[in-house]
Design a protein around this ligand. Structure first.
Ligand code: AMP
Ligand code: GLY
Length: 429
């Protein structure tokens, strides 16, 4: 089978790494890809949101499966574009329809979906620009901190958590009437603050059947102890030690099953990944958000723990035969450490020479996030540069390896968090 993966980050490198191992994989392409994917696959130039360009690649390279890495092509309707074009209808696209992708593309839609299907989530109300006064009144009925969310996609910046009521009111004005996040904040969801510990659960579904993939914890903030600005993710650990069997049974019964049934009841075409962001409050989980794709850097720890052929499982989505697949998950722990460019997530420089990659042994896998090849050199080409994944008996063993190479691999301005897993130590013996 000829396969094309759309995207260019660590997630796409990890997907390529896993798919390339399958006997069913004939030719593998990544578009646009990075210097890491170039070692496993053929990189092709494309703008993933220009569907005519994607179509040209699919036809030229006789692609049979298209795996959509990031959310924006899905939210923009790439699945519907393929389904409605006779020349593309045969292509097995991994990712939901535009309607399905609204679970990530609109916070209000996600909340309505959860409410319709009795899926536990924070209490909320949503408001548009003509309802600023009602929105402010609603704020006064809540206890601080106040959680304000731009309805649409805002590159991970659309959620504000504010202690002070006055500041929250000002932020509401900025979002609703001054379009702080552009069109994305023409509606705002205000919700109850959930005090707990976060984790992510990943599900593969054919719209009828589902498989729960390894869960993971992401480190979102730039600074030690989860401080400073939000990033795409500074590292991840799988499995999450506090997500024990009982907790995961509750998540499966009260969140995963109603989610899949909800998709079915609403006749939503969904063949792909569901990434469920959860807050564990006491013993119970509440959904913070849905994403309609895999996480990054979570993919870099989730996929290395899947022992079965992922391509076989993805193929089974086409005829809704995922129930016939048996996924073997490794009991080991996987960790990934993100090396980022100095200044990230704000302004940073690119084009720095990366050294030390040749010293990485077979005890780790270095997934490229933002890199580009220049002759024999590998240069930085993004905020997040490399994700160093290792596997061990527990997350501490794995982290030792990730950090060993985090020191060895170098580039000007390199930064990484040194506290991954510290928050999880209390949950292990
Ligand atoms: P989201 O973009 O919805 O994932 O939100 C970004 C981050 O804001 C989440 O990862 C949480 O850390 C935090 N967050 C979102 N909603 C809530 C909430 N209701 N209570 C507490 N924290 C929240
Ligand atoms: N690491 C969080 C995300 O992929 O959205």
């Amino acid at each position: 089978m000829n396969i094309l993966i759309l995207g260019s980050g660590g997630r796409e490198h990890a997907l390529a790494y896993k798919i390339a191992q399958s006997k069913q994989c004939k030719k593998l392409f990544v578009a646009p890809g990075n210097a890491g994917t170039a070692n496993l696959a053929t990189n092709l130039t494309v703008n993933p949101n220009d569907f005519d360009q994607v179509k040209d690649l699919v036809i030229t390279h006789q692609i049979e499966m298209l795996i959509v890495g990031p959310e924006d092509p899905l939210v923009n309707g790439i699945q519907d574009f393929f389904a409605s074009d006779k020349a593309l209808q045969h292509v097995h696209l991994i990712g939901p329809s535009k309607e399905g992708a609204r679970l990530e593309g609109s916070k209000e839609r996600a909340k309505e979906f959860m409410q319709n299907h009795q899926i536990p989530t924070a209490a909320y109300q949503s408001f548009n620009a003509s309802q600023v006064n009602e929105a402010k009144k609603f704020l006064t009925q809540l206890k601080p901190p106040y959680v304000l969310k731009a309805d649409g996609l805002a590159a991970g910046k659309g959620v504000l958590i504010i202690e002070d009521l006055k500041e929250a009111e000002n932020a509401l004005d900025e979002m609703l009437t001054q379009q702080k996040f552009g069109e994305a904040s023409s509606k705002v969801v205000i919700e109850e603050f959930l005090d707990g510990i976060e984790l992510s659960v990943f599900v593969l579904t054919d719209g009828k059947n589902y498989k729960i993939l390894p869960n993971a914890k992401d480190y979102k903030r730039i600074g030690e102890g989860d401080t400073g600005l939000n990033t795409g993710g500074m590292g991840a650990i799988s499995p999450v030690p506090f997500a024990d069997e009982n907790f995961m049974k509750h998540v499966e019964e009260d969140i995963v099953q109603p989610t899949i049934h909800g998709l079915q009841k609403e006749n939503i075409n969904y063949k792909g990944f569901v990434f469920i962001g959860l807050m564990k409050v006491g013993d119970k989980a509440k959904v913070i958000e849905y994403n309609v794709r895999m996480g990054d850097p979570e993919t870099e720890v989730v996929l290395p723990r899947i022992e079965s052929d992922l391509l076989e499982a993805l193929s089974a989505l086409k005829e809704q035969k995922l129930n016939q697949i048996n996924l073997q998950i490794s009991p080991s722990s996987a960790t990934t450490l993100m090396l980022v460019s100095g200044g990230y997530p704000e302004a940073y420089e690119k084009g720095k020479n990366i050294t030390g990659l040749d010293q990485v042994g077979n005890d780790a896998i270095v997934f490229h996030a933002g890199t580009k090849a220049d002759g024999n050199q590998i240069l930085t080409n993004g905020g997040r540069v490399l994700a160093i994944t290792a596997v061990g008996n527990d997350f501490k063993d794995a982290l030792k390896i990730s950090y060993k190479y985090g020191k060895i691999i170098d580039f000007e301005g390199k930064y990484y968090r040194t506290d991954l897993g510290k928050d999880l130590e209390e949950f292990i013996n």
